[in-house]
Design a protein around this ligand. Structure first.
Ligand SMILES: [Zn+2]
Length: 68
């Protein structure tokens, strides 16, 4: 969905990106003492929502969540 801009559920191309964190959507994942932003891709035809964490934040997520 992030790359295709097409909804995998209904096939619509009416997909919007809502950046996580301070950039817009205020969507966060807790990771230790801090948080990482979660970007969302939302289909405006059916409401399906896909969430992505940016590649440069994955090490932080892995460190905090892997060994819990
Ligand atoms: Zn859809």
């Amino acid at each position: 969905m992030r790359d295709t801009r097409t909804c995998p559920k209904c096939g619509s191309k009416d997909v919007v990106e809502v950046p996580g964190g301070h950039d817009g959507g205020a969507n966060w994942l807790p990771a230790g003492w801090g948080t990482v932003p979660i970007d969302r891709y939302i289909c405006c035809a059916c409401g399906f929502c896909e969430e992505w964490i940016r590649a440069d934040k994955l090490t932080k997520v892995q460190k905090f969540w892997r060994d819990r």
